[in-house]
Design a protein around this ligand. Structure first.
Ligand SMILES: [Fe+2]
Length: 587
C-alpha cells in the first residue's frame, strides 16, 4: 500500500510518502523551492517523494489531502453571509486568500499527477493534526489535544487515540472548538498587533513575552471569555479576522491598547512603547498558557491516561508545552517535530493508512529526519571549484577538529544526513557555536542571523547530561527531543551558558539522543571533553528570510554570504582562511 499525503495552499506546503504503513520520506516545499513558507501546491516535494520511493504517480494507492476544501468553503461563505453587507467587499479576497486553488484540489491532483479521482481522499484538518501527533508518538494509548488558527471549522479538538493488541487503531476527537473562537487566532491577532508576520512571528511573541509583565491579563480575559466546558468564546468586537482578510484586530483594540507596532519599527525595550509591547506579549502568552493547561488538566482527569499528544501550530509554543507537562497531570507530552500544517502531510497519510484503510499499526521511527540527504561530494566539488581546499575526514577526526574549532569560538555550519521535517533545526541542518558568552549571541545576530536582539538562541545537550544544566521535570527530556519545551537553566550554569539563556533564565533546549543523531551527539561529547560543558548553541542553518538550507550547495552559498567559519556536510569540511576574529578560549 502506497499512500502520498499532501498539505498545501495555506502555509508551508509539504508532501509525505508512506509505503506499507511506514514513512519513507517527507519534505516541506520551501526546502526545495527555496521560497520561505511556500504555500503552493507542493509539486517539487511530491516529485522528490515519488523519486525516493521509485514510484510513478499511477502506482499510488491513495493520495490524501490534509483537509476538506468544501467544509472550509462553507465556513468562509457562512462567515461572509453573517457579516453581510459589511463583508461583501472582502469576500472575494477572503476566498482567494483562504482557499486559493484549494476548492478545486481534486482537479489539481488529478491533472498534476495523473492520479485516478477515486484514489484521492480528504482527511479533516484536525484529524490530520491528531494523526501526525498520535501515530508518530511512541505510545499506544494517549489523550490528544490539537489547536491552531483554523482548519475547516474546528480550531481546537480534544480526543484520544488507541492502538489495540491486534494493531487496529482508533482516533476519536471527542469535542471541538469552532471558528471564530480560536486560541490560534487569538495569539495570531496579537502577533499582528505587535508587528510580526502572522503564522511566522508567533515564536517572537513568545520570546518577547519574557521581557514583560502580564499587565493586560484582565483585558485578555474579557476578550477571550472561558466557557463552562473549558473552551473560550472570543468577544468579536475586538477582532476583524472573521470579516476581513486584511485586518485581524479592530479599532476598539487599538483604542484600548494604543497604537500597534509597525513591522519596521525596532523594539526598544528601554522605551515606554517597547515595554508596552512586551507587556502585551506577556499577557497573551499568559492567557494562552492558562487555557491550555486547564484544558489539558480536564482531559487528563476525563481520560485517566498518562500520555498526551499535542498537535497543531499552537503546539510550537514551548513555554506553554512545558507548563502542560508540569501542571496537567500527564506523565509524558509528545509533540511531533512538525506539529503545524507541514506535518499534516504525514498525518493525513498515516490517518488514511491506519483508519481509512484499517491497516495494522506500525511504529513510526522516532526522529525528525525525513527529507533530502546532504551530499558531501557536492560540497567538496563546489568548494574546490570556488578555490577552497575541502577535506574529507574520517568521522572521529572530523568531530575532533570541529569540536576544537567550536571551542576556539568559531561558528560552524553543520549538515548531516536527511533534512528535518518541521521548523526547527535538530542537528542535521544547524549552525553551531559556543554557548558561553553573550558576545557570541551578538556576533551571530550581527554576522549571520540578522535578527531581533530579544530572540533567544537555543542549546543542544546530550540527553544523559541534560539534567545537570537544566531543570527538567519528569518527561522533560522527552519533550525536549524535538525542542518542544522551554525549561529553566540551572542558576549556577546561567553565566556559563549566557548565549543560550533567555532573559527569564530559561532555554528552549534540544536533548540529543545518541541513537537518533549519533554524529551530533558525538560532537557534543567531544566539545564537552574539550571545554567541560557538553552544550552547544544550535540555531537553524539559514539567513533571515530564507528557508533552512537543504542541499550542500545551499549550505555553501550561506557559508560564503555570512560569518560562518567552517562548513561541514557529511564527512566533507571547508574552512575559511581568514575568519572573523575568534573569541577567547572557553575551557
Ligand atoms: Fe492547522
Amino acid at each position: 500500500m502506497r499512500v502520498l499525503g499532501i498539505s498545501a495552499h495555506y502555509h508551508d506546503s509539504a508532501a509525505a510518502l508512506l509505503v506499507d504503513g511506514e514513512p519513507v520520506c517527507a519534505v516541506q516545499e520551501e526546502r526545495l523551492s527555496r521560497r520561505k513558507n511556500d504555500a503552493a501546491f507542493p509539486l517539487s516535494a511530491i516529485e522528490w517523494c515519488l523519486e525516493q520511493g521509485r514510484l510513478e504517480p499511477d502506482q499510488l494507492d491513495a493520495v490524501v489531502f490534509y483537509e476538506k476544501p468544501m467544509l472550509k468553503f462553507e465556513r468562509i461563505l457562512t462567515m461572509a453571509l453573517r457579516g453581510f453587507p459589511r463583508t461583501w467587499r472582502s469576500f472575494p479576497r477572503a476566498m482567494q486568500n483562504a482557499l486559493g486553488g484549494k476548492l478545486w484540489v481534486k482537479g489539481i491532483i488529478r491533472s498534476q499527477l495523473g492520479v485516478r479521482t477515486d484514489r484521492i481522499l480528504f482527511c479533516e484538518h484536525h484529524q490530520s493534526h491528531a494523526a501526525a501527533a498520535f501515530l508518530s508518538a511512541p505510545t499506544r494509548s494517549a489523550a490528544i489535544l490539537t489547536a491552531d488558527g483554523v482548519g475547516e471549522w474546528a480550531t481546537l479538538t480534544l480526543g484520544r487515540g488507541e492502538v489495540d493488541e491486534d494493531g487496529s487503531t482508533r482516533i476519536q476527537l471527542l469535542r471541538e472548538m469552532r471558528f471564530p473562537h480560536s486560541l490560534g487566532m487569538l495569539y495570531s491577532t496579537f502577533t499582528a498587533y505587535l508587528g510580526f508576520p502572522v503564522n511566522e512571528g508567533e515564536y517572537k511573541v513568545m520570546g518577547l513575552a519574557a521581557y514583560g509583565n502580564p499587565t493586560y491579563e484582565g483585558l485578555l480575559k474579557r476578550i477571550a471569555r472561558r466557557t463552562p466546558d473549558g473552551g473560550i468564546a472570543l468577544d468579536l468586537s475586538w477582532f476583524d479576522f472573521h470579516q476581513s482578510a486584511r485586518h485581524s484586530y479592530s479599532r476598539k483594540l487599538v483604542a484600548e491598547l494604543g497604537p500597534p507596532r509597525e513591522p519596521w519599527d525596532p523594539i526598544d525595550l528601554q522605551s515606554a512603547d517597547g515595554r508596552r509591547y512586551a507587556d502585551v506579549a506577556a499577557s497573551v502568552q499568559r492567557v494562552l498558557e492558562e487555557i491550555l493547561v486547564d484544558l489539558a488538566r480536564r482531559l487528563q482527569r476525563e481520560t485517566g491516561l498518562q500520555d498526551l499528544c499535542l498537535g497543531g501550530g499552537v503546539a510550537l509554543n514551548g513555554v506553554a508545552n512545558a507548563r502542560i507537562l508540569r501542571e496537567s497531570g500527564f506523565r509524558n507530552v509528545y509533540v511531533p517535530s512538525a506539529p503545524g500544517d507541514a506535518g499534516c502531510a504525514l498525518g493525513a497519510a498515516l490517518y488514511a493508512d491506519r483508519i481509512h484503510f484499517a491497516r495494522p499499526h506500525r511504529p513510526v521511527a522516532d526522529h525528525p529526519y525525513w527529507g533530502p540527504v546532504a551530499d558531501a561530494g557536492e560540497l567538496s566539488r563546489v568548494a574546490a571549484e570556488d578555490g577552497f581546499q575541502p577535506l574529507r575526514l574520517p568521522e572521529a577526526e572530523l568531530i575532533r577538529r570541529v569540536a576544537d574549532e567550536l571551542a576556539r569560538g568559531r561558528i560552524v555550519g553543520w549538515m548531516q544526513g536527511a533534512c528535518e521535517l518541521g521548523p526547527r533545526a535538530l542537528g542535521n541542518r544547524s549552525i553551531l557555536a559556543a554557548p558561553h558568552q553573550h558576545a557570541m549571541r551578538d556576533r551571530l545576530n550581527r554576522s549571520i542571523k540578522y535578527r531581533e536582539e530579544f530572540r533567544p538562541f537555543a542549546p543542544a545537550v546530550p540527553l544523559e547530561h541534560a539534567d545537570r544544566y537544566f531543570e527538567l521535570p519528569a518527561g522533560g527530556g522527552r519533550l525536549a527531543r524535538f525542542m518542544s519545551g522551554v525549561f529553566p537553566v540551572r542558576p549556577e550554569w546561567r553565566d556559563k551558558l549566557a548565549a543560550v539563556t533567555h532573559v527569564d533564565g530559561t532555554a528552549r533546549l534540544q536533548t540529543v539522543d545518541q541513537a537518533m543523531a549519533p554524529a551530533f551527539h558525538a560532537l557534543l561529547e567531544a566539545y564537552g571533553a574539550r571545554t567541560g560543558i557538553p552544550v552547544l548553541l544550535n540555531t537553524s542553518f539559514n539567513l533571515a528570510g530564507e528557508p533552512i538550507v537543504n542541499r550542500a550547495i545551499e549550505g555553501y552559498s550561506t557559508f560564503r554570504r555570512s560569518g560562518i567559519d567552517l562548513l561541514v556536510a557529511g564527512d566533507s569540511l571547508v574552512v575559511k582562511d581568514h575568519s572573523a576574529q575568534a573569541l577567547p578560549e572557553v575551557a
